[in-house]
Design a protein around this ligand. Structure first.
Ligand code: GDP
Length: 326
């Protein structure tokens, strides 16, 4: 195993944009080894915040909707405009399988190969909570490295999309036009998180269907939106295959950011997200701490056997009155 540089040296490597250092830094914050945590914290503290807040964009949608094709084309256009693009792909399925479908090397091949971009699948860290905890820190790393457009991608299954929506400035939901004119693969709850919506694969025979689906969705959305909402999420059609609609979506994103900034809501959202992040960290760290100091399994066995009442057991665990290991 190669020796890991000190957190300060790693931070300096990240700051100067060294790819190996960025990769190592993300591995460090993602590491589940307790001994790595202090090093990760020191690294994060040593990382400078970006001069200008980066563009944090969440992208979600059902499997096969065209997320990676979209990000490849959309991200490429940003590189051509002089931006630097980082893509962090969060894969909730790795919680179950231990593997990662997003780790497929053929995804975003062009972006992955380019010096101006950084593409990284992010393991979920064993739990859904882990998704947001580690991805937020990975985001901090790439922003310190000078990537000014940060895309967090997640498959639209489970709660990962809500978690992602809560760590970005703008959340784009990609959808497919169904076999009829309906919109498929979408859970209603997530609509409320979307700042932008796009029906993908609007090309060839599918173009009319996509247009109809967008119209339907616009009507459906109007039911959700409060009357004086500061922002009405635009519903667009696009094709990553021929590039149609991608420029419009980038414009929409700019508009969203401008509108939110003018109303003071951009910074508001980030402030709330920081507090949310703190709360999640606190809970997760308390749980980890408790697990370290307590043999929860033995307590659970007592609860299971009916020897200890669940409420009593929980209180005693918290008071370190039962099951302590040290
Ligand atoms: P993901 O699972 O959401 O990342 O979807 P992919 O990007 O892997 O795309 C799934 C399939 O849809 C692939 O076969 C793509 O070639 C195809 N696809 C993606 N975008 C488009 C598009 O804009 N138009 C058409 N016709 N096909 C697309």
């Amino acid at each position: 195993m190669t020796r890991r540089p000190s957190p300060e040296a790693l931070a300096e490597g990240v700051r100067t944009g060294r790819r190996a250092a960025i990769g190592q830094a993300i591995s460090l914050v993602e590491s589940r080894r307790p001994s790595h945590r202090a090093l990760a914290d020191a690294l994060l503290e040593a990382l400078p915040p970006p001069e200008e807040p980066a563009f944090r964009l969440g992208i979600s949608g059902p499997p096969g909707v065209g997320k990676s094709t979209f990000i490849e084309a959309f991200g490429w256009a940003r590189l051509e405009e002089g931006h630097r693009v980082a893509v962090l792909a969060v894969d909730p399925s790795s919680v179950r399988t231990g593997g990662s479908i997003l780790a497929d090397k053929t995804r975003m091949a062009r972006l992955s190969m380019d010096e101006r971009a950084f593409v990284r699948p992010s393991p979920s860290g064993g739990s859904l909570g882990g998704v947001s905890r580690r991805t937020r820190e990975a985001m901090q790393v790439v922003e310190a490295a000078g990537f000014d457009v940060v895309i967090i991608e997640t498959v639209g299954v489970g709660q990962s999309e809500t978690a992602v929506a809560q760590m970005v400035d703008s959340f784009l939901l990609l959808m497919l036009a169904g076999a009829g004119d309906d919109v498929q693969g979408i859970k209603r709850g997530i609509l409320e998180w979307a700042d932008l919506l796009a029906i993908t694969k609007s090309d060839g025979d599918n173009q009319t269907r996509a247009g109809n689906a967008a119209n339907d969705l616009r009507s459906a959305l109007s039911i959700f939106l409060p009357e004086n909402a500061p922002w009405t999420p635009p519903v667009r059609t696009c094709s990553a295959m021929n590039g149609d609609g991608l420029g419009q979506l980038w414009e929409d994103l700019g508009q969203h950011r401008d509108t939110m900034t003018k109303l003071g809501l951009f910074e508001d959202r980030r402030r709330q997200q920081r507090v949310q992040w703190f709360r999640e960290e606190l809970e997760a760290q308390m749980r980890e701490d408790l697990r370290r100091r307590t043999d929860l399994e033995s307590v659970e066995q007592q609860v299971e056997a009916g020897v200890l009442a669940p409420g009593v057991a929980a209180r005693r665990v918290l008071e370190l009155d039962v099951g302590t290991t040290s």
